[in-house]
Each structure stands twice: as C-alpha cells, then as structure tokens.
Design a protein. Sequence first.
Length: 211
Amino acid sequence: MWHRLGRQLAHPEGVAGTLVGRLMAYMNRRPNRLAIHVLQLARRHDVLEIGFGPGEGLARLARRVTLGRIWGIDGSPAMVHLAERRNAEAIASGRMELEVGDFHHLPWADASFDRVLAVNVAYFFDRERLAVSEIRRVLRPGGRVVLYVTDRANMKSWPFAGPETHVTYDADDLWQLLLAGGFPETAITLHRARLLMGIKGIIASATLPPG
C-alpha cells in the first residue's frame, strides 16, 4: 500500500491520483507560499513551475506575475487537468500555459525564463541530475531557481517515501544538487522552514550571474 502511495505521489494517475492531487494542494500550501517568497518575483517576470501538481502554486504565481507569463510542466495528465481547472482564467487570458512533459528534457529554448520554481519535486529528479542542468539551461542571466524539499530527517520515517520512489535530501545534498547542475557555489543559498507537526523544510535558491 505504501509503495503504491509513493508511486502516486511521483506520478498521480486515475481516480486515486486525483485524490492524491487534492491532498497535495493542501499539504503544499505553506511550502508554496514560502518558496514563492524566496523566488523574489517581479510583475513582468516569465516564470516556469516544474511539477506543479494540482496547480495551487501556479495560482499564487498568477496573482503576483500580472504582466509576465507563467508556464508549467508536469509528468501527470491528471495533475495537468486539475491545474487547468484551478487556473482556467489565467489560461484563457493567455497568461499561463501548461503541458505534460519530462522534467529532464524541458521543451523550451535556452534562457527562456526569469524564474523557475519546484516545490516537493526534487525527490523525483533523475540521479544523474539532468533535471537541474535543464533548469539552469532555461534560466536567463540573472535568473533564479527555488527548490523546496522536506528534510530527510522527517522523510526517513515516512513509509511511502522509500528509495524505490523518492530521492531524499538534507541541506548539504540540496546544495550539491544545484552545484552539480552548474550553478555557482557563491550563488546558492539555503533557507530553513518549519511546518506543522514539527516537519522541517529546506528551501534552496540559486541565482545566475547577470549577463
């Protein structure tokens, strides 16, 4: 049962995936808020969210980015459907575009975005770290990425977050992930977060040098 739940968190599908997505919207509410604060958005930014799930974070981005555009990519058609329903107005106005796709091969040109956000998604990145290299590729000079994860210290006791489905992180691992993806060491910053029930989060940000 726990393994099935872990697989649904990694790739929600079907009725069970829709239920998991609604749970994710609730559980990610505070992490989204904290990570978006660190993102340092401007109204004209072009923003990409990777692994947006049911789209709660996208809705927050849309309220802040009123003159730029927002793109999103998720590997689950079920999540894309939920996110499209939640963000129907922004999509209809042409301010937001969502698609099903692979984190490890982003379908955008180099230097396409000012900001990239990924909340509770890095667990599902490839172990070769191609996903982070792709994030760096699509960021513009001066652009910033923000990753949020729950600390391994909490996740090691969660039976659905085993090594078959999740790669877990402590602060040093998250630092090394961004470093291996090509971000300068001096550009990486770590922030600690505390959630309900004593859950500890880690927010990592990295900013590329200006062009």
